[in-house]
Structure formats: C-alpha cells, structure tokens
Design a protein around this ligand. Structure first.
Ligand code: NAD
Ligand code: DAU
Length: 348
C-alpha cells in the first residue's frame, strides 16, 4: 500500500511507520509540521537504511495545507492521520492549535481523500486516529463504539469534532473512512509531558512527581506497538465507515499504581511523589471494549508489567533523546503548569 501518514514524527505515528516499513512492502510519505512534539529523531534511520530508503519520504508541512495534501494524496492509496495536538493540559492552557489541526487539518485531509475518491470511483481510504477520551469519563462498564461521545476537555472536544467530520464525509460523500479510538498509550519515544515519561524522567533526576488530585483516576494502559498494530489491522481489514476501540491489556490501574511501578523499577522513594491541585475537568476513568477489533484478529501482546519495565529502561538508557526536549520552551511550559501546583503540594 502507498500511505500518506500524517503526524508521524510524533510518538505513535513514528512507531506505526517503523513497524509498517519493517513488516511489509508499503511505501510511506510522512507529513509532519514538527511542532514542539514532532521530533525527526523518532524517524532516524528510515531515509538511509537500504531496506527502507526507497519506500520512505519525509515532508515538513501542515495538514491544513489542502493543495499540498491533495497533491500528496494523489500519489497514495490511503491516509492515516495521527497529526494532532495531543496533550490535555496544554489544551486547557491554550486550545487554538488543537482546533486548527483537529478541525481544519482533518477537513483538509478529508477534502484530499474526497478528490481521490471521486477520481478513482472509491478505492481510497482515510483512517482517523482518535481516542477513548471522546467517550468522556465512564463510571462503570466498558465503552462500545456505538456509545454517544461526550468529550470533556478542549483536547477531546477537538478530537470529537474531527470524528464528526470524518463520519459526515462517509455518510454524505460515501468516503471509505475508519476511526480508531485508542486507550492511554505509553512506551519509548513519548514526549515527556505525559504521565509515564514525565514521572520516569523526573524520577531519574530525583525531581518531584506532581500527582493530580487523589491519584485514583483509572486508565487502561496500551503499549505503543500494540496501538500501532491495532491501527494497522483496522486500516487493512476494517469495515468502511466503522469505528474501532483499541484497549490496553484489560487491567485498569489508578495513577498511584502506575507511579509505584515506575518508582519500584527505578528503586526510587515514594517521597518524590507530591499531591498537587487537580487538572480541571479531570476524567476519572476510561475503559474500552475491544471485541470489534479482536474480531479482525488483533490482540494486545504486551502486558503492563513488561511494557513499563521496557519503557523505564529505555528512558534510563536514552538521556540523549529526552534531555534536549526538557530544556528551552519546556521550562516555560513546566513553570506555567506546575510551579504554582508544586507550591501548594502536600505529601502523597
Ligand atoms: P504526539 O503529540 O507525540 O505527536 C503528534 C504529531 O503531530 C507531532 O509530530 C506533531 O508535530 C504533529 N502535528 C501536530 N499538528 C500538526 C499539523 N497541523 N500538521 C502536521 N503535523 C502536525 O502525539 P501521539 O501521542 O503520537 O498521538 C498521535 C495521535 O494519536 C493523536 O491524534 C492523538 O490524539 C491520538 N491518541 C494518542 C494517545 C496517547 O495516549 N498518546 C491515545 C489515543 C489516541
Ligand atoms: O486516553 C487516551 C489519551 O491519553 C490520549 O488521547 C491523549 O493524547 C493522551 O495525552 C492521554 O491523555 P491523558 O490525559 O489520560 O494522559 P496524561 O498522561 O496527560 O495523564 C494520565 C493520567 O495521569 C491522568 O489521570 C492525569 C494524570 N497526571 C498527568 C500528568 C501529566 C498526573 O497526575 N500528573 C501529571 O503531571
């Protein structure tokens, strides 16, 4: 398949590209705007490796550049859209970029897909990578794909808006679309603003771990390779117009348990953890039913115990990857998000 993969200098997109290029004979064009979260180091090797260099191209661009997206789509059979502003806390501080990419960016890709769909009489697929956060918090049971979506943060509202545009293009223009809704994802190469890489890298430097509220918010953690493979299965075998949940290993864990696992693996003390004022609108729990994607033959392979050990070891061994990120603009963000919280913090 010839695939236009957008947002693939980020965490999950880069993993997807590495795995698709290693596993088969796909040709991939990556488009990424290289925002603060986009990192060319995540794609290292692909442009030089004799096994991949003829099948891989990188273009620095905004997905909202519709003429360019149309031109690139005409060289491909499918678009897989990872591009998004992805951090909930940043969406609370300043949501404009979330709307630009999540609404106008997604619309531009849909227009590119529509133009190919019309030229070819179908035979062009667009997969929108979405999130379990569109369901909003679920107090009990599991979210199924037919549930109503009720986003609660500017981030998840922007993702939900993108989903609505995708679903509308399927209904109105008959576009071949797929939506995936993945659970909280973790693993190597994740930008260190998210819970797991933030707590690992802070703990490695003996800095405080700012735990929001009571730390009893629950998530179903999904290892990044399993998420990338789930997206691949939905792309290859999914039914046009359908959405697919991608859950984690099925064991929900409160943030306290995730933090304990990190500290235990690093042999660092619990006293590093500080209880700080909560994230506004903090979703208490997400939990997904993954039967639909399992029906296509996908299963998560990595347990949380194995995945967290591998992830902690990766950050411990790759300071050269994350230390440059935690400098410059990072300090402004960290000050704005955490300085006042840490001043008001209490023992955990
Ligand atoms: P990330 O923040 O690591 O990467 C996002 C990438 O998108 C970056 O490389 C960035 O430069 C690029 N980008 C942003 N705006 C762009 C634009 N306008 N044009 C082109 N490129 C742009 O994010 P991630 O964690 O890899 O998430 C990827 C996707 O998966 C997102 O759509 C996110 O909503 C979704 N998702 C993430 C998780 C998670 O836990 N990380 C879980 C479920 C779904
Ligand atoms: O569920 C999928 C979503 O998972 C993705 O769509 C998002 O892109 C991704 O960022 C993630 O969202 P969360 O808000 O769940 O992830 P985050 O790592 O920001 O937070 C995980 C939990 O940890 C959440 O309950 C908030 C808490 N937390 C987070 C940070 C950054 C803390 O207690 N302290 C922190 O400093």
């Amino acid at each position: 398949m010839r695939i236009l993969v957008t947002g693939a200098a980020g965490f999950i997109g880069a993993t997807f590209v590495h795995r698709r290029l290693a596993a088969g004979d796909d040709h991939i064009i990556v488009v990424d705007k290289l925002t603060y979260a986009g990192n060319p180091a995540n794609l290292t090797g692909l442009a030089d490796d004799p096994a991949t260099r003829e099948r891989y191209r990188f273009i620095e661009a905004d997905i909202a550049d519709e003429p360019l997206m149309k031109e690139l789509a005409s060289e491909c059979d499918a678009i897989v859209n990872f591009a998004a502003e992805s951090h909930v806390d940043r969406s609370i501080l300043e949501p404009t970029a979330f709307l630009h990419t999540g609404v106008m960016g997604v619309y531009s890709l849909l227009e590119a897909a529509r133009s190919e769909h019309e030229k070819r009489g179908g035979a062009f697929r667009l997969l929108q990578v979405s999130t379990d956060e569109v369901y909003g918090p679920v107090s009990e049971g599991l979210s199924v794909e037919s549930d109503r979506i009720r986003p609660t943060s500017p981030y998840s509202a922007a993702k939900a808006a993108g989903e609505h545009l995708v679903a509308a293009s399927h209904e109105t223009h008959g576009l071949d679309t797929i939506i995936t809704r993945g659970a909280n994802t973790y693993g190597p190469n994740q930008y260190p603003e998210k819970l797991i890489p933030l707590f690992i890298t802070n703990a490695l430097d003996d800095e405080s771990l700012p735990m929001y509220g009571d730390g009893m918010q629950r998530r179903d953690w999904l290892f990044v390779a399993d998420h990338a493979d789930g997206i691949g299965v939905a792309l290859d075998r999914g039914e046009a117009g359908a959405a697919y949940n991608i859950p984690g290993d099925g064991v929900e864990r409160p943030n306290r348990a995730v933090t304990e696992a990190i500290l235990e693996h690093l042999d660092k003390p619990w006293s590093l953890v500080r209880i700080v004022p909560d994230r506004p609108g903090h979703d208490r729990r997400y939990a997904l039913d993954g039967s639909r994607l399992r029906g296509l033959g996908w299963e998560p392979r990595v347990t949380f115990e194995d995945g967290i050990a591998l992830t902690v070891d990766w950050y411990a061994a790759h300071r050269e990857w994350w230390e440059p990120i935690k400098s410059g603009d990072w300090h402004d963000y960290y000050q704005q998000q955490y300085a006042w919280r840490l001043e008001q913090s209490t023992d955990a």
